[in-house]
Unconditional design. Structure first.
Lengths: 356, 514
């Protein structure tokens, strides 16, 4: 697999980044469209965003992840003001008494794959080529930094009205709990900065090259549309799990998450076979009868058979023909400790993780 | 009740006369550049075909492509200004984001963001400032915008702020013409706002079109009420079209699918509409087309109003055939010149129609087609083009029939993708029949926070009643109302149980009310 290194993102390449981000969203993380438009608007004003390698920074440089927290359904109605980032940075700098050297994307899947580009562009800061998930996950503590014992706090959160909130917590699970409660008070969506890290720690726990990767994936889909999945399987060491049509989507709200089951009926080479895919924001488990095809933390991604575009669990509907791919997660997620945090049992499935 | 249904297509304008469910007669006439002459010719021929006097006609129903053409050609678009009620939110994505530049400049689009809008709970983001609203509108008017599109954050949860803005501006500046986003689109501020902008830019043209249709109606001595068909296969009054022309955008494919279902007597089927240049494939359920998902592209702009889910391919009766490798059919077509250019009509161009005649699928024209050595291979290509689209349009492996309609339907095989093909009588007029049988609808999309008093059933019942009131107001017979689509979806990440409920009801047109 040879992936062209991304060194600069302009108005055009952000499109490929958004498509690739939706793929690593693994069905969740929200539609990156809104994030892409935000990034496009600020890139229009500033010219573009420089993408740099973490190795190019001194160990003591402060790296600041930026993300949106809340409901993607709110994001499609209530757009940020655009001033949130300029308010976040001084809040963090005041707490850490240090200037920010670069922006980091914490979640290269879904909406949060594009939001940091908007921040970096507005603030005139470079963005690090990498992230802390290599995909999308539903909870704040599910980042590689947690495995390194790095705290999510000091964390800052602001809303579009100008309200700001600082967090100091005893664990990343508590940060998740408190931040979610405040997000709701802020109207269902807020911009936040969390896991401020030194370049030294970042070098250790970063999933490197993920921005180049999503740009590469997006470019493949832009070029090859409905055939793209075949190239993706080959280039990303993935598995073509299934081709089928959505025969049923069962949805239920549980614990504030968008949960459900997608039932697929085979097409093409998969005729007369049935597969079901469970989701909790992201696609978590794909099963054929009792046989597990793939589980979290490996990525289960669906692509519209007609257009090749990635499909999200929120918008998937009856009748859609899809190709289902399993893509291997970053090896960091395959340790026992990591699987306790993001493996199938954490999401209450009585099955063991078997790597793709 | 005698109804005339008219469908203005790209090539032909069709008209039919129907008495209740009985087909009395119909006719085709070439679509003219002014549209009206073609409509007039088609109606006159249909009346004489059916031996019907214009006095006996109870209602005239028209499906037209005027508005989408204007948008695609960027012609006759009014200068449009947007007022978005959102501040302090909203500035990170401005109106007209992701639009083609030529379309923005075609309508000299401009905008103002002001305080206002709602949270998803229905609480105000900020209060509407009347003076700010009025001065924004004044500035836009000074720039030359007589058309104003107003959007507000979460207008689908609470529409009162848009309504209030409309009332204030109507009083202060009665010369402005105003479109509210809540009247058109569903969830998604940008998509709903886009739909409102497109609508606003088309309103002067809509007024012109409706006036000319009224004149035509007079010259044809049709004193009956006139309706137009909406994208969802239901009716809209002429005065509503003047306000909401976008609701008629995609009525062509819808009318054809509805007509196909009606003519074949099938409620659930796939429909293949084969025209001169393109073939549209879609699905009907309960006699109505299946609608596209969350967002729909209209002239390269992302919108979210209800449109049928149709796949179009460049294959029609006039598609030009390449017999040398690589063999291909279409997408270039002789179009409306089929009757001159196709070999079976004495011309010198080999078209898909010639293939069908050569393969013995139909007998049309006066001449024999030339002998084609690769006929089997070409027919295989033709059938594969259609069956691929039918496979894509299917929503299950259930064996439902395929209804073939349109002038080119004679080319279709007896079986597509393993499904039986039915070619109903009068299929070449299916789209005009679809217009003639259109019903009345009411649609509501709302987020409801469930609590001890309001459970899911009560919430759905409330939304359904609201949709019914809308339908009855549009002259639906209250006794004929049935729920066409009902969906509810829990909204993620939020505590409490927020349900997004969408309901569409339909009913028969009640003429006595008019």
């Amino acid at each position: 697999m040879s992936i062209k290194k991304l060194s600069f993102v302009d108005n055009k390449s952000i499109n490929a980044v958004a498509i690739g981000g939706a793929v690593l969203g693994s069905g969740g993380g929200g539609d990156p469209y809104v994030g892409k438009l935000m990034a496009q608007q600020s890139i229009e004003e500033t010219g573009g965003v420089e993408v740099i390698d973490i190795e190019s920074l001194p160990d003591d440089a402060l790296i600041l992840p930026i993300a949106m927290m809340g409901a993607p359904t709110v994001m499609v109605e209530k757009f940020p003001s655009g001033n949130e980032f300029a308010q976040l940075i001084p809040m963090i700098e005041k707490m850490l008494t240090k200037p920010v050297a670069a922006i980091l994307c914490i979640e290269a899947g879904g909406l949060n794959s594009t939001i940091p580009f908007s921040a970096a562009s507005k603030l005139g800061l470079p963005i690090i080529d990498g992230d802390a998930m290599g995909r999308a996950f539903p909870e704040l503590q599910m980042v590689t930094f947690t495995l390194g014992g790095i705290s999510a706090t000091p964390m800052a959160m602001v809303d579009e009205k100008g309200n700001g909130c600082n967090y100091e917590t005893i664990s990343n699970e508590w940060t998740e709990k408190l931040a979610r409660a405040i997000t709701i008070e802020m109207g269902g969506a807020a911009m936040c900065s969390l896991y401020p890290v030194s370049a030294k720690d970042c070098k250790k726990y970063l999933i490197k090259g993920s921005l180049s990767l999503i740009h590469h994936i997006g470019s493949i889909i832009e070029t090859h549309s409905f055939n793209a999945y075949q190239i993706l399987v080959e280039e990303l060491n993935g598995v073509h799990l299934f081709q089928g049509r959505v025969r049923d989507v069962e949805r239920f709200s549980e614990g504030g998450f968008n949960r459900g089951i997608v039932k697929l009926e085979g097409l093409g080479d998969f005729l007369s076979r049935d597969v079901k895919v469970d989701f909790q924001n992201e696609f978590l488990v794909a099963m054929e009868g009792d046989k597990v095809l793939a589980t979290t933390p490996d990525l289960i991604c669906m692509f519209d058979s007609n257009t090749g575009a990635p499909v999200t669990a929120e918008t998937i509907k009856y009748g859609l023909a899809v190709n289902v791919l399993g893509l291997p997660c970053d090896p960091i997620w395959r340790s026992k400790e990591a699987l306790e945090m993001v493996g199938p049992r954490y999401f209450k499935y009585d099955i063991d993780y078997k790597p793709l | 009740m005698i109804r005339i249904g008219v469908d203005v297509g790209g090539t032909n304008t069709d008209a039919v006369v129907m008495k209740g469910k009985k087909f009395l007669g119909g006719a085709k006439s070439p679509t003219t550049s002014d549209i009206l002459t073609g409509v007039e010719n088609a109606i006159k021929s249909a009346l004489s075909e059916s031996n019907t006097s214009s006095d006996d006609v109870d209602v005239l129903i028209i499906g037209t492509t005027h508005f989408v053409n204007a948008l695609v050609q960027r012609t006759k678009l009014a200068q449009t200004g947007v007022i978005r009620m959102c501040l302090p939110s909203g500035s990170s994505i401005l109106p007209f984001a992701d639009w083609p530049n030529s379309l923005v400049s075609g309508m000299k689009g401009t905008y103002k963001l002001i305080k206002g809008g709602y949270e998803m709970t229905g609480a105000e983001i900020s209060q509407l400032d009347h003076n700010e609203l009025i001065s924004a509108a004044r500035e836009l008017r000074d720039m030359g915008c007589n058309q104003i599109a107003i959007s507000s954050v979460f207008a689908t949860v609470r529409g009162d702020m848009e309504q209030e803005a409309l009332e204030i501006l109507t009083k202060e500046m009665p010369d402005l013409s105003i479109t509210l986003s809540k009247s058109i689109g569903g969830m998604g501020l940008l998509e709903r706002e886009n739909a409102a902008i497109i609508n606003a830019s088309l309103r002067p043209l809509a007024a012109e079109v409706i006036d000319s249709f009224k004149l035509l109606q007079k010259s044809l001595d049709l004193s009956c009420p006139m309706f137009f068909t909406r994208n969802d296969g239901t009716l809209i009054e002429a005065k509503e079209v003047v306000e909401l022309p976008v609701l008629t955008f995609a009525c062509g494919p819808t009318n054809s699918m509805r007509g196909a279902a009606f003519l074949s007597g099938l409620q659930d089927a796939l429909v293949v509409d084969v025209g001169g240049t393109t073939t549209d494939v879609g699905e009907v359920k309960d006699g109505f087309p299946r609608l596209a998902g969350t967002s729909v592209m209209v002239a390269d702009v992302r919108t979210n109003f209800a449109m049928p889910d149709v796949i179009s391919i460049g294959l029609g009766g006039g598609s030009i055939v390449a017999t040398k490798e690589p063999m291909a059919i279409g997408p270039v077509s002789v179009g409306h010149e089929l009757l001159q250019k196709a070999t079976v009509f004495g011309g010198d161009t080999l078209t898909a129609t010639d293939l069908a005649v050569a393969a013995g699928r139909c007998e049309v024209g006066s001449n024999n087609p030339p002998s084609i050595s690769s006929i089997d291979k070409l027919i295989e290509i033709l059938d594969k083009m259609v069956s691929d689209q039918v496979a894509r349009a299917r929503t299950s492996n259930k064996a439902i029939p395929v209804i073939a309609v349109g002038g080119g339907s004679v080319m279709m095989p007896n079986e597509i993708d393993g499904l039986e093909v039915i070619t109903p009588k009068h299929n070449d007029l299916a789209n005009a029949v679809g217009a003639a049988i259109a019903q009345v609808s009411g649609q509501v999309s709302r987020v409801i926070l469930l609590n001890d008093e309001i459970d899911r059933d009560i919430a759905i019942k409330d939304v359904t009643e609201e949709a019914t009131r809308i339908a009855v107001k549009r002259h639906a017979d209250p006794n004929s109302i049935s729920v066409l689509t009902l969906s509810d979806m829990p909204l993620s990440y939020l505590p409490g149980n927020n349900l997004l409920i969408n309901v569409t009801v339909v009913g028969d047109l009640l003429m006595e009310e008019l």
